[in-house]
Ligand binder design. Structure first.
Ligand code: TRP
Length: 376
């Protein structure tokens, strides 16, 4: 039975109805027209746009209009350090890297190292400090341009960030925060303030440059409440309202109806960037929810269901080649391809990606300092 769905920045569970989220959050669907315009500007369309993995936005048209006028935007995204990076985390970052490449723009990447300290009982500041580095290696490994990429670490860059966060915080009431995040009276007061810190990188580059620069925030849909509450406030303090573009979640290995998204705290639902090839193989073979039939005979007759099959769904995120993907879809749903064969395709795909990623992640350790924002 499907668990009741819940999507907040602190919890994602159950079978997610994206149509309902679009309505509830008040974001817009990315339509054909927007896709055409991106394709024209970028020269290509990323597979996550072609496949509706990035599916919603706020004010994206404005960003593209400004770009056509020669007014370039900057990108902003982030990661609250709290544990090892898994494949689900990489989804918006890979897309952000593509945006940086095709638009040639700056990226501000926030590591709010206070966030999980405030929201998770067991997390210490020493833990989040440790994971800031560990997680940053994964971000660097994706190949962001060191000259155009700036890491902001909240406790480290508090000097420039705090003043700006105060301006935001002053204009958000407790009742607004409560309505957006569902805070209860026993919530610690640090957690209530946090959203002001997450708003800052959306306009800090404008503060530093002394002129308004448009901002585009790629993120998974669960982060939208932060920006919903801060967008208007940001205009009130003299900056452009940030635009955003939202993606779906990579489902956990257990399937779409049980694990809303991959969870870093549940090792059997996730594949980590540091997993060995053998671990990846075991996890996929053992835990990836299958859309196949109970017996080979039945499977050959009826075929599998790629729409609920986690291995197939993961390939829609990681196999860029549309023709290859279509063939897998056809062969699996006709019964020509068995679940074990489909899983093997995914295992090979992930392991060849991770082999490269792990090499680059090792090299990233020497590059860390180059990415940290240096205050002027
Ligand atoms: N809150 C995000 C998390 O839990 C981290 C984050 C900070 C972020 N700023 C962001 C995510 C901007 C997307 C966009 O990981």
């Amino acid at each position: 039975m499907a668990k009741e769905a819940s999507v907040t920045p602190w919890e994602v569970k159950g079978n997610i109805d994206y149509d309902r989220l679009v309505k509830e959050f008040g974001v817009s669907r990315i339509d054909e027209n927007l896709l055409k315009r991106i394709k024209k500007q970028a020269g290509t369309l990323h597979h996550m746009l072609r496949r509706n993995i990035f599916f919603a936005h706020r004010d994206l048209k404005w960003i593209l209009d400004e770009y056509d006028k020669g007014n370039r935007f900057f990108l902003y995204t982030g990661r609250a350090p709290s544990g090892h990076v898994h494949l689900g985390h990489l989804v918006p970052w890979m897309f952000t890297k593509w945006l940086q490449d095709v638009y040639g723009v700056e990226l501000w990447f926030q590591f709010p190292d206070e966030e999980k300290f405030l929201f998770k009982e067991s997390m210490t500041l020493a833990d989040t400090e440790h994971f800031t580095r560990e997680n940053a290696y994964d971000v660097i490994a994706l190949g962001f341009d060191p000259k155009k990429t700036h890491f902001l670490i909240d406790t480290k860059h508090a000097g420039v960030m705090y003043k700006e966060a105060l301006k935001v915080a002053k204009k958000i009431t407790f009742s607004t925060a409560k309505a957006a995040f569902g805070f209860r009276p026993e919530q610690n007061i640090g957690a209530i303030f946090y959203t002001a810190m997450q708003a800052v990188p959306a306009f800090l580059p404008s503060v530093l440059a002394g002129k308004k620069i448009p901002c585009l925030i790629p993120h998974a849909i669960d982060q939208d409440p932060h920006f919903r509450v801060s967008r208007d406030v940001i205009t009130k303090i003299g900056h452009y309202k940030p635009a955003s573009i939202q993606c779906r979640f990579l489902p956990g290995l257990g399937g779409m109806s049980t694990d809303g998204k991959m969870s870093a705290s549940e090792a059997e639902t996730a594949v980590y960037t540091t997993d060995s090839p053998e671990t990846v193989r075991k996890k996929i073979m053992k835990y990836a929810f299958s859309g196949g039939q109970a017996t080979v005979e039945e499977h050959r007759k009826k075929g599998g269901n790629p729409d609920v099959d986690v291995s197939y769904q993961w390939l829609t995120f990681f196999e860029e080649d549309d023709r290859k993907l279509k063939k897998i879809y056809d062969d699996y749903s006709s019964g020509k391809m068995l679940t074990g064969e489909l899983k093997q395709i995914l295992v090979d795909k992930l392991n060849s990606f991770l082999k490269e990623h792990q090499k680059k992640r090792e090299k990233a350790k020497d590059k860390y300092e180059d990415f940290i924002f240096k205050e002027p």
